[in-house]
Design a protein around this ligand. Structure first.
Ligand code: URA
Length: 464
């Protein structure tokens, strides 16, 4: 096989065989295929696309390029979630404790933030003492004992993806659906969960700005997951404004704790309501997937007893039942207790979960007023993420150090009327010199109008 021929084949719009895809991924990972040929191939994929079979093989080849996390020592059906990245997305801190409190194991690998989106690992480090670099044994034991553990991504998970992504980043080939889907799913498959729920963000703060592309990405990833034998759901959620009210590392942990403390899920602040809706939808699908997969597994192992080939899944959990259980996990306080237990098991200060006022606080908390009255009509959500970056809460390069205390607390959402003397948001800053620029960028990120505006639906679609 010659890489030259494979570039030409894709350039001319033909489909690769499995062997050809393996040849490309293995050759590039080993350094046998040079960057210039790989770049040409990536650009051909960008223009000509890939079939479902090609995308699945590409994903498996990338997942096989390094270590696969061995979760076989963990009892039960393991679930995982992945968000394609947004602003103010703290759903992991709500969803994971809900699931764990319901007995569903979650062994999660997460990453750090880059650019306008935050990272789960950074946010958790806002909790004093929390350690994301625990040993594999402690990780496995914690999942077996308390059903939840979270670590930073290991160096050798899908190294082919790392190398390919670096090339895509400099050759304008990032925004290709088969390349994005295979990149995300290769890491998810290597991370070992049996059930995967994907939160595909859609809107001005997301990779996918329009609903058609978000749905296409979700479909592609769900097909890969199911094709690889993992029960996978895709939930398309709105990212046309930040999720919830708070953006910033400690601030997002704070808001997740506020949600986990809710005793009544009615009459909520609009931002909290949207955050809760996304979290409960993700958690319900994860719970449903875990319970129903374990029924499937039991039935498969009992298949010898079934002589008519027909069996009704009478114990299957439906969405409504799963949702009720997830809601109860919040209102009963069990999910909050689980979050505190998880934090303590990784060396963190659990008091900060019950009393989030103990989380790191910025030196300055400055109100922001809009320069005119009107209804909030739209938001350039990625700009709100950039404001957090200006304040020092985000990472410009992988090496940047971040300030965990800073961020933005948004008081108004799309559809709200803002009076001239009303506080629109609070900026939390440690460096006085960046406050004016942060204020200006935040005000410019929003459009006000004289006519009442309506926010987009928070859940835009479910792909099963
Ligand atoms: N996130 C990933 O991990 N890969 C992509 O290609 C895009 C987003």
């Amino acid at each position: 096989m010659r890489m030259y021929d494979l570039i030409m084949k894709k350039r001319n719009g033909y489909e690769h065989s499995k062997e050809e895809i393996r040849y490309i991924i293995e050759g590039f990972t080993k350094g046998e295929i040079p960057d210039y040929q790989m770049s040409a191939w990536l650009m051909s994929v960008y223009y000509k696309g890939m079939s479902g079979e090609e995308t699945l093989e590409l994903t498996n080849a990338m997942a096989d390029s390094g270590d696969r996390l061995d979760l076989s020592r963990i009892n039960g059906i393991k679930v995982d979630k992945h968000s394609t990245g947004g602003v103010g997305d703290k759903t992991t801190f709500i969803v994971a404790p809900i699931l764990a409190s319901l007995g569903v194991p979650m062994a999660k690998m997460s990453g750090r933030g880059l650019g306008h989106t935050g990272g789960t690992i950074d946010k958790l480090e806002a909790i004093k003492g929390f350690n994301v670099a625990i040993s594999e044994d402690l990780f496995i034991n914690n999942v077996n004992n308390i059903k939840l553990s979270l670590v930073g991504q290991t160096g050798n998970l899908a190294p082919a993806d790392k190398k390919i992504y670096a090339l895509r980043d400099v050759t304008a080939t990032v925004d290709s659906i088969p390349l994005i889907a295979s990149s995300i799913m290769s890491k998810k498959l290597a991370a070992g969960a049996d059930v995967i729920v994907l939160d595909v963000k859609c809107g001005s703060g997301a990779f996918m700005q329009d609903e058609v592309s978000a749905k296409e990405l979700a479909h592609t990833m769900v097909d890969i997951g199911n094709g690889a034998g993992r029960k996978t759901y895709g939930i398309i959620t709105d990212m046309n404004e930040p999720l919830g009210c708070k953006v910033g590392n400690a601030l997002e942990v704070y808001e997740a704790c506020e949600v986990l403390k809710l005793k009544d899920l009615e009459n909520l602040d609009y931002g909290i309501k949207r955050l809760l809706e996304v979290s409960l939808t993700l958690a319900s699908y994860m719970l449903m997937g875990a319970k129903n997969q374990s029924i499937d597994k039991d039935e498969t192992s009992n298949d010898n007893n079934l002589n008519d080939g027909y069996h009704e899944k009478e114990n299957c959990l439906n969405y409504e039942e799963a949702r009720r259980l997830c809601e109860e996990a919040v209102t009963s306080g069990k999910a909050l207790d689980k979050f505190a237990e998880f934090v303590a098991a990784q060396g963190g200060d659990a008091d900060m979960i019950y009393n989030p006022d103990l989380l790191p606080k910025a030196k300055y908390i400055v109100p922001v007023y809009m320069d005119k009255e009107g209804y909030v009509a739209s938001c350039k959500t990625s700009e709100v993420g950039m404001v957090n970056l200006i304040l020092g809460g985000g990472r410009e390069t992988k090496e940047s150090k971040i300030d965990l205390a800073v961020g933005i607390d948004i008081r108004k959402h799309i559809g709200d009327f803002v009076k001239g003397d009303e506080v629109f948001a609070y900026i939390h800053a440690d460096d006085e010199s960046v406050i004016e620029e942060a204020k200006k960028r935040l005000i410019a990120a929003y459009k006000l109008s004289d006519e009442k505006a309506f926010p987009d639906k928070i859940i835009k679609g479910i792909i099963e």
